[in-house]
Design a protein. Structure first.
Length: 312
């Protein structure tokens, strides 16, 4: 007969907290300091956990507390549970503050170079009590971050068609040619790839909707060129351009953040435009504070386009 669930060995939340602290700290005393409790209290909880589990979690080896094989096997799951507990505590704290005092933001790397940091800094000047977590993720990871509630909102270059997701358009962008100024000192307002026929074209691959736009609107309509360098992220393409490896077609936000005495950019002769969207879960609408932050993002995008567009 299989044992009933009530008789299976288990750890409660206090066991998990203490085991996690001892495993990470390496000693009872260090764990007690981290948890702000006494050493006897940690020892008692740890002994009780081992009694519940039916096997030891630590042994003394040459005077040092060493995790057993069973402890190593348990720790990965315990670490994940502990992280979720900490997340729950943070959510609870934010709810006590009013539910809108914290904003979890996920953005594409190209928007993490300037747009998002500027908007966060500007917003906190007006609302210093609002806290942020800001993470840069690729397209396929952004949606997962929303589903798993690791972010409250995401900013990306695509409006996903999914019943669980809602979105609002906060701006537009276009693909541009990024190049070294000494390649073409007197560039016209718009350029075609053929303007740099003597230079390597750094190609984009697997870069989400903008990468698809690049492939369909730019490469398909232009002359075939060998692919000497292929990258997956725009800022890597920009770094290669800076070091003289060639020219690149990137989104305007990446280009603008790399604009300096060495690099310049121009929109393409045949405009290739895309949208910028704020995405969130349909069943988890944006709070009043989050909506205010979206307006700050929108304003920054518009301001940068109006004041920092070379050649226009």
């Amino acid at each position: 007969m299989e044992p009933s669930g009530a008789n299976l060995p288990s750890m409660n939340l206090r066991h998990i907290e203490v085991f996690h602290a001892v495993y990470r700290a390496g000693s009872i005393s260090a764990a007690a300091r981290a948890l702000y409790v006494s050493q006897p209290s940690v020892s008692k909880v740890l002994k009780h956990a081992e009694g519940r589990l039916g096997f030891p979690l630590f042994r003394l080896v040459k005077g040092r507390l060493t995790p057993t094989d069973e402890a190593h096997a348990l720790f990965r799951d315990v670490d994940e549970i502990y992280s979720r507990i900490e997340s729950l505590k943070e959510t609870t704290r934010n709810l006590l503050k009013g539910g809108s005092a914290h904003i979890g933001l996920a953005v594409l790397p190209s928007l993490g170079l300037g747009v998002a940091p500027r908007a966060v800094a500007q917003f906190r000047q007006k609302h210093p009590g609002v806290t942020f977590t800001l993470q840069t993720l690729h397209d396929e990871d952004i949606l997962r971050a929303l589903y798993e509630r690791k972010a409250d909102m995401a900013v990306a270059y695509d409006a996903p068609r999914h019943p669980r997701l809602a979105h609002v358009r906060i701006g537009t962008g276009e693909l541009v040619l990024l190049y070294r100024r000494d390649y073409l000192p007197d560039a016209p307002p718009r350029l075609g790839i053929e303007s740099f026929s003597g230079h390597e074209l750094i190609s984009l691959e697997g870069s989400g909707p903008v990468g698809a736009l690049y492939a369909s609107e730019v490469i398909r309509g232009g002359p075939a060129r060998p692919q000497g360098i292929v990258v997956q992220t725009y800022y890597v393409a920009a770094a290669l351009v800076r070091h003289g490896a060639g020219v690149a077609i990137v989104d305007e936000f990446t280009a603008r953040e790399n604009l300096d005495a060495d690099l310049d950019f121009r929109p393409l002769l045949q405009p290739a435009n895309f949208g910028v969207y704020c995405i969130y879960l349909e069943d988890r609408p944006l709070s009043k504070m989050s909506r205010a932050f979206v307006n700050t993002l929108k304003a920054d995008i518009q301001d940068q386009q109006q004041t920092h567009n070379p050649g226009l």
